[in-house]
Design a protein. Structure first.
Length: 387
């Protein structure tokens, strides 16, 4: 929110001093959430938000193509006030009364610096003042809204996000998390840790950005870089595809709804056409979710995916040529624990792969093999193609 962003900017003087010391390290820092978003709960939260906005984008596109069709649809419950209270209760957490992540994150960014600890402490305190003023203290959905709106605005140099749009985003995210049962079994402490992580990294990027707007070109560049890394670390897609405007949040991603429709259509044709390794993929899955599913329960994941032809979407980490002539593409899987999704291609796909760059979002089709070795570093797919 604007008031929260303005409060975060009060840390600009401290941040300015720290940037002089930390700029070389920050310029090379590529995991801006420091691994703090690498757990099953946060992965589910990310996927639900991404799917919600992918579906919203698809619905808008379909509505625009339907001449004379009504674009409005009522999804409100019979008792909106009661429903809102239940949603608020689900995304709210009971605070431990202490800051859980400030010391860890301060040490991650500026090891052993008391000034950095002071910055992080102040960022969280000022954000919480704003959250209380907005009537949403200890609210994970508001922290997520602050994260997406602020980082997207900073990355695209779009200024300070508006209060009304941020609160609307918060309400949409809160509803999506409850409808998707994303917070079932998530403890108050886990919610607080995720909340603090989102606020601290976002507040630091915003503070650097605000300092840069006062004429410090290097600070502006670092703020935008950090904001982009924040978005990439949580969503796994290029920040170029994430925007926040007066129309709200926009995430360019292949919609789950479109995939479901395509899958349903292909399944109706399967009875009259034989299935081959090059057609009829059974699902479309984000690379981060595929890894989370295998790390969470390998037996169940093998039952769901093992030996099946699927499409995987995500951000490319690297493309490598093996000694035997095969080519591998590895996806960046920020929402997952330790493993990555790795796809194997034969030489026939070299021309298509030559057009892909690291950091680009792509969709790959292949057959799931499962974990490739005893160390479980990769969930592997074979006979892959670029559809």
């Amino acid at each position: 929110m604007t008031k929260q962003s303005a409060r975060a900017s009060r840390c600009c003087l401290l941040i300015s001093l720290m940037l002089i010391v930390c700029a070389p390290a920050l310029a090379q820092y590529t995991d801006s959430l420091g691994g703090n978003w690498n757990n099953p709960a946060s992965a589910m939260i990310t996927n639900i938000i991404m799917d919600r906005y992918a579906r919203r984008r698809l619905e808008k596109n379909l509505a625009a193509k339907r001449a004379g069709a009504s674009s409005s649809a009522s999804t409100s419950s019979s008792n909106p006030a009661q429903s809102a209270k239940l949603i608020d209760a689900s995304v709210h957490f009971r605070s431990t009364g202490t800051q859980l992540k400030t010391g860890e994150i301060a040490n991650l960014i500026g090891a052993g610096s008391p000034q950095m600890l002071a910055i992080m402490t102040t960022i969280l305190q000022e954000y919480e003042k704003g959250a209380r003023a907005a009537g949403k203290p200890n609210d994970l959905a508001l922290a997520l809204s602050f994260f997406f709106a602020t980082n997207a605005s900073v990355y695209h140099d779009a200024g300070i996000p508006g209060d009304a749009q941020v609160m609307d985003l918060r309400n949409t995210i809160a509803s999506a998390l409850v409808e998707g049962n994303a917070l079932n079994g998530v403890s108050d402490r886990q919610k607080q840790e995720m909340y603090e992580t989102l606020v601290l990294f976002t507040g630091f990027a915003f503070g650097a950005y605000q300092e840069g707007k006062q004429g410090n070109v290097e600070s502006l560049k670092i703020g935008q870089q950090l904001a982009g890394q924040n978005l990439l670390a949580v969503t796994g897609i290029s920040p170029d595809k994430i925007n926040f405007t007066d129309q709200g949040l926009s995430i360019e991603r292949e919609p789950a709804a479109a995939t479901a429709e395509a899958t349903q259509a292909s399944s109706t044709q399967a009875s009259s056409a034989p299935t081959s390794p090059q057609n009829a993929p059974s699902a479309n899955v984000n690379a981060g979710k595929l890894v989370i599913d295998f790390e969470g329960n390998e037996v169940r994941a093998n039952q769901i995916y093992g030996g099946k032809r699927i499409r995987v979407n995500g951000t490319v980490n690297s493309i490598d040529l093996l000694k035997d002539g095969r080519i591998t593409l590895t996806f960046h899987s920020p929402a997952a624990g330790y493993a990555h999704t790795r796809c194997f291609f034969n030489k026939s796909q070299s021309s298509r792969l030559a057009e892909i760059k690291g950091g680009q979002e792509v969709t790959i089709e292949g057959t799931v093999r499962g974990f490739g070795d005893d160390l479980k570093r990769y969930v592997e797919m074979e006979n892959c193609i670029v559809p």
